[in-house]
Design a binder for this molecule. Structure first.
Ligand SMILES: *Cc1c(COP(=O)(O)O)cnc(C)c1O
Length: 401
């Protein structure tokens, strides 16, 4: 591997994280619920981890529920808040650019009698706070707006939305899987009731995450059983995963240097890629301060994202088209469509995501490799500038313009 620029999909587990996890597989293998010494050691480790994560988001330790990851946290938050508050109303507000773990859960809730408003976003991917306000109904019980988008890196105005929700007595959930440890989060100042986190996007292990549940937020029980995690989510705690998650948070929280470094490399990558003819940036302007420090999303005219990805892979570079989840199907990314991109243009899009382990060499190698690949693909492609012109006209006619 020459360059790994797919950290939005998953990250390398930090070797220091692996190290603190190891004893909990071997010598400290107790069940955190057991009353003997081995169990107490595991229980203490889980308690310590809960405090570390709570501190990073200005929450209380007993407001942290450990889960199997971002997907589970999103599912618990939306389903359990919706069902537990059904008596008050059946309306939910979310956006068109949420992660599938939120969008598909909302679609499911629609089949269960809930009514869901999917808010539009502007061409940079921002939700309009006034449009949010206008979408409110007397029967609105829950809103879910992600902190930062996983495909285009746009950071949403969740503080404003949080304060509207608090004022109206609506439960506010945010998916902060991508932003956690990259953008400051204060659950109290931001009026967040529920928040999803995941370890493997921040150099922790896969299969571990957390749901922040503000004290007093009414939720139902997803997993019935032994009563772990305040009876919300029964099941023997994943002690190594939880310990590793907390270590990953601790490392990221210790220094903010890595954010400045990633921002610099992101901008180097962005300007390198945007120097390739026929390229354009998707999402918020990097200078706005409202884009994730590790995300670049670029569309290239007259080339297919999948072809670029395959050629980059052969050159030892890992990136993503649109998002990891839309990769297996050739459906255009719902996020790119929501920011107003035409279907045919959305296919020529790559997402490149950095981490604190990304080097300048990786960035420069990727830019050089992609320059050659885009050129070669365009030469080979029937979608050269002449034919694409006719293609554009046909497309516009079909849409009656
Ligand atoms: C990765 C991701 C998830 C899913 O998290 P898992 O831990 O992989 O289940 C949810 N939301 C966002 C925004 C993500 O980027």
């Amino acid at each position: 591997m020459k360059a790994y620029l797919d950290n939005g999909a998953t990250t390398m587990v930090d070797p220091d994280v692996v190290e603190v996890m190891m004893p909990y597989f071997s010598i400290k293998y107790g069940n955190a619920g057991s009353l003997h010494g081995l169990g107490k050691d595991a229980g203490d480790a889980v308690r310590k981890a809960r405090a570390t994560i709570a501190e990073a988001i200005n929450a209380d330790p007993d407001e942290i529920i450990f889960t199997s990851g971002g997907t589970e946290s999103d599912n618990i938050a939306l389903k359990e808040a919706a069902f537990a508050n059904q008596g008050k109303g059946n309306h939910i507000i979310t956006t068109k650019i949420e992660h599938p773990a939120v969008l598909e859960t909302c679609r499911f809730l629609e089949t269960m009698g809930f009514s869901v408003t999917y808010l539009d976003v502007d061409k940079e991917g921002f939700v309009d706070v006034e449009a949010f306000r206008r979408a409110l109904r007397p029967e609105t019980i829950l809103a879910s707006v992600m902190h930062a988008n996983n495909e285009i890196g746009t950071i949403e105005p969740i503080s404003e939305i949080g304060s509207i929700c608090r004022e109206k007595g609506i439960i506010f959930h945010t998916d902060a899987v991508q932003s956690f440890t990259k953008v400051p989060i204060d659950t109290k100042a931001m009026n967040i009731d529920l928040m999803s986190l995941s370890a493997h996007k921040i150099h922790g292990p896969k299969g571990t995450g957390a749901l922040f549940v503000r004290k007093g937020t009414k939720l139902g029980t997803l997993m019935h059983g032994g009563g772990q995690e305040k009876r919300l989510r029964s099941g023997t705690e994943n002690v190594p995963g939880i310990v590793g998650f907390a270590k990953a948070v601790e490392i990221a929280a210790k220094s903010h240097e890595h954010i400045a470094r990633m921002t610099g490399l992101r901008d180097r990558l962005g300007s390198g890629l945007l120097a390739i003819p026929g390229s354009s940036l998707n999402g918020a302007e990097p200078e706005s301060g409202k884009r994730l420090c590790n995300n670049i999303n670029v569309s290239f005219k007259y080339v297919e994202g999948e072809a670029m990805l395959v050629h980059l892979d052969l050159a030892g570079v890992a990136v993503s088209t649109g998002s990891a989840c839309s990769q297996k199907s050739l459906k255009p990314s719902h996020v790119l469509l929501a920011i107003g991109m035409a279907r045919k243009d959305s296919h020529g899009t790559l997402r490149l995501t950095l981490s604190r382990f990304t080097t300048e060499e990786e960035v420069d190698y990727t830019v050089e490799a992609l320059k050659g690949i885009v050129e070669k693909l365009r030469e080979m492609s029937p979608l050269n500038k002449e034919t694409i012109k006719g293609y554009d006209d046909i497309d516009l006619k079909k849409r009656g313009r």
